[in-house]
Design a protein around this ligand. Structure first.
Ligand code: ATP
Length: 607
């Protein structure tokens, strides 16, 4: 059976439909329709393009194209002056729409644009455009700028105006469709089942292999059977397990009984992939960023001190002072997450990796084994050296034992402890009670800090006008809607230094309009919106209910059925304080509404 290839133009029409709605169900349906439309050779590539990429998220390939370069490409492609492009760009505020408009105004370029299959000049296939974009992303080194400009200008010259809009946005990392991978997983279920019913099964496979290209292709090819036996592979990160929280040692023992307690090291989570035969080491952060170039010292140590042909294991990177040997603060460790001066920084800020998990070893997927077995294998596999340290565990069954270990951890300068269920499996990508964190109390009522997304800011008054920022509006993640909802504003408690740091970090995040994924009450509208990128950790005195914040808020219709009214108030934080910037987290990794609700409940029990 010969099938009709999907045209890029068709994809652009889907993009346009997706842009016109913020309703999750509608988005799911549009995506499912598009997936049905695609062939098995196309769907994987399509999924990468949806993410604004040509490779999976964990691959470090980026387009490396900035506005200036794109303006040149557009001008060259349309055979007009760069000034003209710049003028339109300034007018419209978006280079994609500007290109589309200019393209409509510009007479079609030449007759040499028929492809060998006789398709007209606008009929570029999705696969062909993908290939060109792949070349743009992977050309590097001397002369690569010219190569990129030429590839893009030719593409812009050939393609229809709407597609030009999206190609420009996609390459500039400004596609900004209003959904995350989770909605894509829903849509894959929708494609084969007409409902979200298969999402849990698809998500399990995705947690082991977070590559939408691979997952979608398997499903398209073999249906749900295609992902039943997905296994981890060296080089593809496994989504990391997360810890839940409980109030005290009594609750911990009630929940998981006799258990193992480890220190909660305060650093940067790392997943190591190692293959001895080709000396392969890859290091991933918790948001799947490839950190291999940043930590040559860890890679060297892994090659020397890991006794296995292949392994995937995890630990926490903690920097220490080379003079005193004492572990240093999280911010210092984060300084090693850099692209330049790596050797110099490695000498200035040496690190240790406290290894605490083994997920895969020499062809065997271990995540379904009980903790005790995994830890036993890990202990045998790691030969400790200056960098690699085995995270010791103590088996406990009494409250006093947990409390003693907790006190020890504080004395040693750690964050607290993590209690681990002895028969617990590794819950990839999930927050569960196999691991329970118990941290130094941040306030009398709250047992943990909050990771929040910085959504926008209001202009300052008085002293703060020098910063141009009054307060930052922050939010948490509502998984059920795949949206960000507001929870608090921070501003008053910030020091001048913190304001300056904020200003620096938001410089490139400002956008013209509120993203579709932000649900914010009219009363809290920001003066300037920021695209979802910056995550900060804040502490607070307590969680309160709020009429205006949208975290957990439920709206219903008033009696007359005309106006919307609050049927259940949302949640907010009292006296929020900035603890630190969390560059190791991505927006969807912030605290969720469900976690807020559970913390609110346990706060009530503390009172
Ligand atoms: P927090 O902000 O409290 O670190 P989090 O949301 O960043 O929490 P959680 O998943 O809730 O992360 O807590 C587990 C984190 O604690 C892990 O991601 C890891 O980075 C860190 N950690 C430190 N020591 C250990 C340990 N012994 N075992 C597991 N995780 C540990």
């Amino acid at each position: 059976m010969t099938t009709k290839p999907m045209l890029f133009k068709r994809l652009s029409e889907y993009f346009q439909q997706l842009e016109s709605t913020s309703l999750r169900l509608k988005i799911t349906e549009i995506l499912a329709e598009m997936f049905k439309d695609a062939e098995k050779e196309e769907i994987g590539k399509l999924c990468y393009l949806l993410q604004g990429r040509v490779t999976p998220l964990y691959d470090s390939t980026e387009f490396g194209v900035a506005d200036k370069m794109m303006i040149r490409a557009v001008a060259q492609g349309l055979d007009i002056e760069t000034d003209q492009v710049l003028k339109e760009f300034k007018k419209m505020g978006d280079l994609g729409s500007a290109t589309e408009k200019l393209k409509i105004k510009t007479p079609d370029a030449g007759p040499d644009l028929k492809d060998p299959q006789g398709l007209t000049l606008n009929d570029l296939k999705l696969i062909d455009v993908y290939e060109i974009l792949y070349q743009v992303a992977t050309s590097s080194g001397e002369g690569s700028q010219e190569v990129k400009v030429n590839l893009l200008s030719n593409l812009i010259k050939q393609i229809d105006p709407l597609s030009a809009r999206y190609i420009v946005r996609l390459t500039l990392d400004k596609l900004r469709l209003g959904f995350s991978d989770m909605t894509v997983l829903d849509s894959l279920s929708w494609m084969i089942k007409g409902s979200k019913e298969l999402r849990p099964e698809i998500e399990r496979a995705y947690n082991l292999r977070p590559d939408l290209g691979y997952i979608s292709q398997r499903i398209k090819d073999k249906g749900i059977k295609g992902i039943k036996h997905v296994q981890p592979v060296i080089g593809t990160p496994i989504l990391m397990a997360k810890a839940d929280r409980l109030k005290n040692s009594k609750e911990i023992l009630e929940k998981i009984g006799r258990c193992a307690v480890e220190f909660k090291y305060d650093g940067l989570r790392l997943q190591v992939h190692y293959k001895k035969s080709n000396n392969f080491v890859k290091l991933f952060s918790r948001n799947l960023e490839d950190l291999t170039p940043c930590f040559p010292d860890i890679s060297e140590s892994v090659k020397k001190s890991v006794a296995a042909d292949e392994a995937i294991f995890e630990g926490e990177i903690v920097a220490y002072n080379p003079q005193t040997g004492v572990n240093v603060a999280f911010q210092q460790t984060m300084q090693r997450r850099r692209k330049y001066d790596i050797e110099k920084k490695a000498a200035e800020i040496p690190v240790k990796l406290y290894v605490f998990e083994l997920l895969y070893q020499s062809g065997k997927n271990l995540i379904g084994l009980p903790y005790r077995k995994r830890k036993g294998l890990l202990k045998k596999m790691i030969k400790e050296d200056a960098v690699l340290k085995y995270a010791n565990e103590t088996i406990v069954e009494k409250e006093e034992e947990i409390e003693q270990l907790f006190d020890d951890s504080v004395v040693e300068g750690y964050e607290g402890i993590i209690a681990k269920r002895l028969d617990g499996v590794y819950q990839a990508g999930m927050r569960g009670f196999s691991w329970i964190k118990f941290k130094r109390a941040m306030s009398k009522k709250l047992m943990d800090t909050f990771d929040v997304l910085v959504m926008g800011y209001t202009f300052g008054e008085g002293k703060r006008t020098i910063f141009g920022v009054g307060e930052f509006l922050t939010g948490v993640y509502d998984e059920s809607q795949d949206k960000f909802v507001s929870i608090t504003k921070i501003g008053t408690g910030l020091t001048d230094e913190q304001f300056r740091e904020f200003k620096k970090r938001i410089a490139k995040l400002e956008i013209k309009e509120k993203p579709q994924r932000y649900l914010v009450d009219k009363l809290l509208e920001a003066d300037v919106w920021l695209r979802p990128a910056l995550v900060v950790e804040i502490s607070a005195d307590e969680l309160t209910r709020s009429q205006v914040h949208t975290a957990g808020r439920i709206l219903g219709l008033s009696k007359s059925g005309k106006a919307e009214k609050v049927t259940a108030p949302g949640y907010s934080l009292r006296f929020p304080r900035l603890e630190r910037f969390r560059d190791d987290k991505k927006p969807e990794g912030v605290t969720t509404v469900l976690e807020i609700m559970s913390m609110f409940k346990s706060q009530g029990e503390r009172e």
